[in-house]
Design a protein around this ligand. Structure first.
Ligand code: NAP
Length: 257
């Protein structure tokens, strides 16, 4: 754990899963600039996590990086307990951590891959959403809050010949967003999702194609890939009071794709 938080009780607390790189890092940095105390998790890349903490501290913000695999329940429980004990009451959860495996057809995939993809992308989001609801819901003595899930345009496009398993996992995230938003609508919690399209981050390298965005951008009506910051701006708006009448909403950030 990189514990670099200064106490500032007046600042709302946001937890971003997978905040060391890509969209999560842009969200953590943007949240700190908007006045949140930010806790974020990472899987392995401590160097990248420390770099995000440093950027936030250098800009005068408050940040805490915690190693935790969202697909492991004990890690998620430790993650939320650390935020409780170090920062205080959580106001926003951004369920951002997600992963892809090598692109291939469904008939080339195996059981182990499906278990890994569904565990990280679906079970991870469920585990974190449960812990957030237990802290935010007025039913449990909380003061409300917001959950923003990172889904994907893949949920409606299906990702044929690449990663149907990942697309299906994001479809599950969409369904959870809609169901949970209705379940907790009268308990002070808004639940929404952002569905990015082709965004310049490292995730495409893990699918075996680092240049995937540039290869596929001709299929985007705006003819370009998006930036992590463009997605983060939407996530942070959904988390904010400016989006006070939105819940159960899925916002595509795709350049029209
Ligand atoms: P990325 O650049 O690959 O970064 C992934 C982040 O998640 C890293 O901080 C990584 O930690 C962390 N992470 C991965 N698996 C984790 C796990 N099991 N537990 C905890 N943390 C974990 O990804 P990204 O492109 O920013 O994607 C962020 C989210 O947006 C994901 O949910 C993704 O599915 C979604 N999305 C992305 C795109 C796109 O084009 N980039 C499009 C649609 C949706 P380490 O640094 O320690 O590895």
């Amino acid at each position: 754990m990189s514990n670099n938080v200064s106490n500032n009780a007046s600042k709302p607390i946001m937890l971003v899963t997978g905040g060391s790189r890509g969209i999560g890092a842009a969200t953590a940095i943007g949240a700190a600039a908007r006045g949140y105390q930010v806790a974020f998790s990472y899987l392995n890349n401590k160097t990248a996590a420390d770099d995000v903490v440093k950027k936030i501290l250098d800009a005068g913000g408050h940040a805490l990086a915690i190693q935790a695999d969202v697909g492991i329940e004990a890690d998620v429980l430790r993650l939320f307990k650390t935020v409780d004990e170090t920062m205080g009451t959580l106001v926003v959860l951004v369920n951002n951590a997600g992963m892809l495996e090598q692109k291939m057809r469904l008939d080339q995939m195996d059981l182990g891959r499906w278990q890994r993809v569904l565990n990280a992308n679906v079970i991870g989001s469920f585990l974190c959403a449960k812990e957030a609801v237990l802290r935010m819901s007025t039913l449990h003595g909380g003061k409300g809050g917001a959950i923003v899930n990172l889904s994907s345009a893949a949920a409606r496009l299906g990702s044929p010949n690449e990663f149907i398993d990942y697309a299906a996992a994001k479809g599950a995230v969409d369904a959870m967003t809609i169901g949970l938003s209705k379940e907790v609508a009268m308990e002070g919690i808004r639940v929404n999702a952002v569905r990015p399209g082709l965004i310049y981050t490292d995730i495409h390298a893990s699918a075996g194609e680092p240049g995937r965005v540039d290869r596929a951008k001709a299929g985007v009506p705006m003819q370009r890939g998006g930036t992590a910051e463009e997605v983060a701006d939407t996530v942070l708006w959904l988390a904010s009071e400016q989006a006070s009448y939105l819940t159960g909403t899925l916002i595509d950030v795709t350049g029209g794709r």
